[in-house]
Design a protein around this ligand. Sequence first.
Ligand code: COI
Length: 376
Amino acid sequence: MNSSLIKIRKIEQSRINEFDFNNIIFGKNPTDHIFLADYHNKEWSNLRIEPFSNLSLSPIALGLHYGQSVFEGMKAYRLNNNEVVVFRPEKHYERLNKSLKRMCMPEIPHQLFSNAIYTLLQIEESWVKNINGSSLYIRPFMIATEERLGVKISDEYLFGIVCMPMGMYYSSNLKVKVETKYSRASEGGTGDVKCAGNYGNSFLPTHLAKQEGFDQILWTDSIQHEYIEESGTMNVMFVIDDVIITPPLTGTILDGVTRDSLIKIAKDLNFIVEERKISYKELELAFIQNKKIEAFGVGTAAVISIIESISINDKLYHTIVNPTSIACKLKKVLNDIKSGSIQDKNNWLRKIDYFTHEDDDIVEFKDSLKLWIINK
Ligand code: COI
């Protein structure tokens, strides 16, 4: 089978009726199907959509031992007019390939990526609901599968895509702590790519902060432990006296798609946005001077998650949290774009096209969006 064919095997009985869309725990309930493809002999093959089930992987698969594993996180929404759209898939695709390159993994051809996403979404489209705040989270991932314990670049990989409905990632406002001991990333490292190791590395400091009653940490730079980088699983933004400030993309933080979208929305609304270094000392001084301060995490899963308090050197400072805040204004515009309530001026939403298929159809692609069925 070549890399432009996807074999589809559908589940006998969908699990959707067992799913409570009003009570979603992030990441626990995948939809019915998974997309998979194998990389052997320098090419992608065996593209398939099949019922979601466990993978079979050798215990000596390289990716399990040496962390050659990357992922993406993107979302599909159901618009008010009932159409299903994906939010900025091209930007996610670019970042996925940047991550793959950094981790010496094979890049995914664009056609394979978009055909896989759109075909899977067509099959799973009933899982995309137009319920306030809900979306279908799409998780593409790749892991090195070559069976070998020698420390080397794998010659074999598995690329997969799973989907799961989600509501709010954080159910309440966040209490965070400025982290000045542990580091997330340093220059030249992997801080700006979505590799699995970046997340595993964050567990201990986050766990310690949770034991102290915080929800997340605010990472600082690895050299002076002074300049703020990200918050847990999100980019971070501050508002000081109506100026939006967010750490710059200097190679140690993730180039967040939500971060990028909010910067554009904020500028469109005539807010001043500064992408610049911000130290916790500057933040502390602003609190001491009683400036108006907002803080929020921004990310695909987190969307905009309000930070209500920040602990700096064991002193707790409270931000402004109210429905007229800049964070709430930005969030409303972003959500309105994603629901189709306002015009998508930036052309961020991609509609999925529909085709009819039956079990065991093989789907061939003419271009990235047009599909037709062969080998019936
Ligand atoms: C995302 O926001 O998509 C993420 O990947 C963060 C987290 C859920 C790992």
